[in-house]
Ligand binder design. Structure first.
Ligand SMILES: Nc1ncnc2c1ncn2[C@@H]1O[C@H](COP(=O)(O)OP(=O)(O)OP(=O)(O)O)[C@@H](O)[C@H]1O
Ligand SMILES: [Mg+2]
Length: 274
């Protein structure tokens, strides 16, 4: 058998590798990347989400705000498969029914989530953390082909730049500031090349300067990724917001530009005016 016929020749693996690194099976031909329709989630009769409908465009940066208990985190739990809706549909692009997929399958399909508590490996360097985040993808035969390793190194360098930690690449993660750890965690998600990134309260505990950097980081990700940010800090939301969705009692109360929702009488009553 000559090498061109060999199913595991390097070029072939390269194809698989690229394919695995950049999930492109999401059908966004209608521009919408996430569909939630009439979603209800009940906990012992209490409706954390109540007939919620929400649509996210491919590449958009959406901010979700709302009072405590409005259902913001539950919404993220539903998208990532952690919580199953009682009723309603949740689609990733035109074809992927998220209610039928496991948490792992959803993550593999390209929906990444950043939790509030950073889960970096403290004893490893920043660079190694990013490398480890990439290696969780067992479908790619990283160690076998130098070409792919080169691509990986390029990708790590690119992500280091995006998260503003190029100068800290050899530093142990334990020594990073709180804000830097949060960025590293975002970087680790980026190593998986998610189509959608969910970020719950990213700037809690950050300094003003770190908040500014986080605003730059998240806005720079939009376009390449769809980013959904839940945040209570209104100054921060104002600094990044294009379209804002206000949740209240498990449903969408208002949606529009920050200016629109800020002047919405109902929003002022239940949230901003408090
Ligand atoms: N596993 C659960 N069991 C019972 N009730 C729950 C559960 N998860 C959430 N809830 C309730 O559902 C409601 C919505 O919670 P959720 O965490 O989604 O709100 P949130 O908008 O994220 O609030 P916050 O701004 O405080 O983070 C709350 O009343 C909460 O107590
Ligand atoms: Mg929450």
């Amino acid at each position: 058998m000559n090498s061109a016929d060999h199913p595991l020749d390097s070029e072939h693996i390269g194809e698989i590798g690229r394919h695995a690194l950049i999930p492109d099976t999401v059908d966004v031909s209608h521009r919408t990347i996430l569909y939630l329709e009439d979603v209800t989630v009940s906990f012992d009769g209490f409706k954390a989400l109540n007939n919620l409908s929400l649509y996210i465009d491919d590449g958009e940066l959406r901010c979700i705000i709302g009072p405590n208990g409005a259902g913001k985190t539950t919404l993220m739990d539903v998208i990532t498969g952690k919580t199953r809706p009682d009723t309603g549909s949740v689609f990733f692009g035109q074809t992927l029914d998220l209610t039928e997929m496991s948490e792992h399958q959803i993550a593999r399909a390209g929906i990444g989530r950043k939790f509030q508590k950073p889960t970096v490996f403290p004893e490893h360097s920043v660079f190694e953390n990013l490398e480890l985040a990439m290696h969780t993808d067992k479908r790619v035969w990283y160690s076998l082909f130098a070409k792919l390793r080169g691509e990986q190194r390029d990708r790590i360098a690119e992500v280091l730049q995006t998260i503003n930690l190029t100068a800290q690449r050899e530093q142990r993660a334990a020594l990073l500031s709180h804000g830097q750890k949060q960025w590293l965690e975002i970087g680790m998600l980026l190593m998986q090349n998610p189509r959608v990134l969910l970020v719950d309260e990213p700037v809690a505990g950050m300094t003003h300067q770190e908040m500014d950097h986080t605003a730059q980081l998240l806005t720079s990700l939009a376009g390449k990724h769809s980013v959904i940010v839940v945040e209570h800090d209104m100054d921060f939301v104002r600094s990044i917001a294009r379209k804002v969705t206000v949740l209240h009692e498990g449903a969408v109360l208002a949606e529009g530009s920050m200016d629109d929702v800020q002047h919405d009488r109902r929003v002022i009553e239940v949230y901003l005016g408090e």
